[in-house]
Design a protein around this ligand. Structure first.
Ligand SMILES: [Zn+2]
Length: 55
């Protein structure tokens, strides 16, 4: 599925729910918003290291 990066932003934990980096499983500190088919927005979380590889 094709996805297009919209933006990256710092991620802060909400309601005490800890999120983990999608590729490596470390604690997530960043999130990236993507637009996928049909104008749907997809959010994925990353750590500081993996977010740099996101494009
Ligand atoms: Zn990571």
């Amino acid at each position: 599925m094709e996805k297009r990066l919209i933006l990256k932003r710092p991620f802060t934990e909400r309601k005490g729910k800890t999120k983990f980096c999608a590729p490596c499983g470390s604690l997530a500190t960043q999130e990236a918003l993507f637009e996928v088919e049909g104008g749907v927005t997809l959010i994925e979380r990353y750590c500081d290291i993996c977010v740099k590889k996101v494009k």
